[in-house]
Design a protein around this ligand. Sequence first.
Ligand code: GLU
Length: 292
Amino acid sequence: MTSTNYRGRIAPTPTGRLHLGHAQTFKTVYERCQRENGTLIYRDEDLDPQRCKQEFSEMALEDLRWLGIDWQEGPDVGGENGPYQQSKRMQHYLLAWEMLRNAGVIYPDTHSRKDLREVAAAHESWESVSAPHEEDEAREPLFPKQWRPPYGTGLDALEPGEVNWRFRVNDSETVAFFDMALGLTRFVADKDFGDFLIWRRDGVPSYELAVVVDDIAMSITEVVRGEDLLKSTARQLLIYRALEATPPAFYHCPLVRDAQGKRLAKRHDALSIRSLREAGKKPEEVQMLNQI
Ligand code: GLU
C-alpha cells in the first residue's frame, strides 16, 4: 500500500550484466522510495536494438529481485503507465520529437560521429567531464557551433528520417539545479556540453529524449542515478523546459570504482551481481560491497 505521491524509478539499460555500481544506485533508489512510502517503477531501457539483449533484460530483473529490491510497476508486474520497455514506446518519443520540432529547438544534422571526433581532435574541443575523477574515455566531442544550420532548418520535416536531430542549446546559458545529494550544481551550455542528440540517424531516439519522455509519462517525482549522468541531467532540463513540463527532483549517487580508481563498467565482469551470486555471495554481502 502506498500513501504518498513519491514515484521513483529503476531504469537499467540491458547491454550487459549489472555490476556493483548498479546495485548501489538501485539500492539507494529503493531506500529513498521506501522511506517516502512511495511507488517504485521498473523501466527496461532497451531502446537500442544494436546494443541491448533480451537475455540481459531478464537477468537484470532477476538479479535485482535477488538483491531484495521490488517494484510496484514494471515489465514483469504490469501497471497503468506501461509499456515498461522503451522499445515499445516509440509513439511517445515521436510525439515529443514533433513537439520539439514545432517549438523550433531541434534541427537535422548530417554529420557523422566520425566527423565529430575528427574535428574535436583537431581543435581539442571536448565537452568537460561531469563527474569528479572521470576518466578520459568518458570525454565526448563538443559539437562545433559552425556546423549548426540556420534557425528554422528542417522544421517542415514530417518525421525524423535518416539524419541525426540535435537540440540547439543557448550558448553560454548556465543550467543550474539543486541536487538532493550534491546541492547546487551547474553546467554551462556550449562549454560543458554542446548541441546534443535527440534522434539518431539509425532511427533510434536518444537516451536524453527517451528518458525525459518516460519520466514525464510515468509521473516520476525523483530521479536517482549515478554521478556519471550529472551532465545529462542538465541537458534533460532543457528538454523539460522545451516540452513545458515540470522536472522531477534529482539525486546523484557516487560511482563505485575499482582499485585503479576507474568507474565500474562491463569489463569488470567479476564484479557483476550475477558473478558474485554464482560465487556464493549473499544479497546482504553484495549490498555492502560498495568499495573494492
Ligand atoms: N538507463 C540508464 C543507464 O543504465 C540510466 C537512466 C537514468 O537513470 O536516467 O545508464
